[in-house]
Ligand binder design. Sequence first.
Ligand SMILES: Cc1cc2nc3c(=O)[nH]c(=O)nc-3n(C[C@H](O)[C@H](O)[C@H](O)COP(=O)(O)OP(=O)(O)OC[C@H]3O[C@@H](n4cnc5c(N)ncnc54)[C@H](O)[C@@H]3O)c2cc1C
Ligand code: SF4
Ligand code: SF4
Length: 451
Amino acid sequence: MAKPVLIIGAGIAGIQAALDLAELGVDVYLLDKKPSIGGKMAQLDKTFPTLDCASCILTPKMAAILKYKNIRLLMYSEVESVVGEAGDFRVRIRMKPKYVDWDKCTGCGTCIQKCPRKVPDEFNLGLNDRKAIYILFPQAVPRKAVIDAENCLRLNPPPELKERAKGRELCGVCEIVCPTKAIRYDDKPKRIELNVASIIIATGGEVYDPTRIPEYGYGKYMNVYTHLEFERLVSATGPTGGRILRKSDNKEPKKIAWIQCVGSRDRRFNHYCSAFCCMASTKEAILAKEHVKGVDATIFYMDIRSFGKGFNEFVERAKEEFGIRYIRGRVVKIEEESETKNLIVYYEDTFESKLKKDVFDMVVLATAIKPNIPRVIEGLALDEDGFIKLKDPYLDPVSTSIEGIYVIGIAASAKDIPDSVSEASAAAIRACQLAKGKELEVLADGGELDG
Ligand SMILES: Cc1cc2nc3c(=O)[nH]c(=O)nc-3n(C[C@H](O)[C@H](O)[C@H](O)COP(=O)(O)OP(=O)(O)OC[C@H]3O[C@@H](n4cnc5c(N)ncnc54)[C@H](O)[C@@H]3O)c2cc1C
Ligand code: SF4
Ligand code: SF4
């Protein structure tokens, strides 16, 4: 009997590996710390270089996960420990309380409409609010609600309200309105243990915190955004319904700058290249042109890394068809005009060897990507940049320092969606060999050929 495979992280890489393994007849546990699968790709508006809608590509794959009987989702869960060896790992998992019985929840959203408690929406990077009971995003899979206990008036009432309530339970609105009686305020964390043949790590990455780079004013100046925030701004399901509006005055910007390599290729922060940002900014500048009539879009870059298939043509199209300006120059600092909240960008134009400045009404920082590493696997080697170290980057690029544990997507190195998906399929084959207990073999040796 084939043993199952555990995939940690259900972004596009984890989803692809799960689908491939399921198709090969292997049982899969697909685990994510969030209440929905999808990862970063679910936050993107369109993808380079084709400008296809990201969710139109991702949503059918997410839906397919639910169709396979041999994929079991472990959502809102984290790995606590891993012991054992290739072919026989024992994994302890902590499942966080959801306070909603998912067998009963239909995802109708009634509770969300009525919940009185608003908190910043992490899926939209805090650009708008969600409720204390919420579904991660509209196309979530599974489409089920969870209660954020920390912010729920019933589960964690603020001290002043608790005192006034004099021992009475607070709120409880979601329980009253839920038509299927799915709310469980007494839910507790659960612990399960799995025995799996192999593990695929697909925990992706997070955008580098640009407040660590004070010269760009992120967090201080209202109209400086990260590129992931911009993806949400431009998305029809985002906080502004797809309208690009400045935080300071809710108006459309007329002039936007993108700054490349923010926290990447900079020895003060991360010396590696984040690989997808040159193309992501090109895509976002095109989207800005499509969303805001007559907007001026400028990209400040060190060099444009457009190495993939169709990438160089995409950049050429951005320049020629959309009129996007590319300025080769490192931005030294940004200052804010106190009245207009516009941004003065100081930069060195390296073609003209001159220090210059220009004023923009929005700035987007192409921030570096940092890997998410599950710190619970003893002996898992990391490289000097904090990504999971590959056993052999040339001939075995999905194996880690531990036999039977594989790594795919951004957890291994900064990369785009096509590369993440290719690695996922490669790791699925490796994991399948272990799960089924078979090595690839030559079925017949035909002997030497003449001539
Ligand atoms: C602003 C921006 C724009 C981009 N635009 C494009 C584009 O147009 N085209 C393109 O090809 N690429 C683009 N990319 C890159 C693309 O997003 C990534 O290549 C892709 O998302 C990588 O997928 P992944 O599955 O490795 O990681 P992720 O998408 O990050 O998924 C990782 C998953 O693991 C989960 N997880 C993390 N840690 C744990 C843990 N400890 N335990 C359990 N679960 C965990 C997370 O919740 C998440 O669901 C862009 C990236 C950014 C930031
Ligand atoms: S009202 Fe009940 S069934 Fe509807 S989304 Fe909320 S918890 Fe689920
Ligand atoms: S108990 Fe009240 S605050 Fe808590 S999730 Fe339900 S409706 Fe929201």
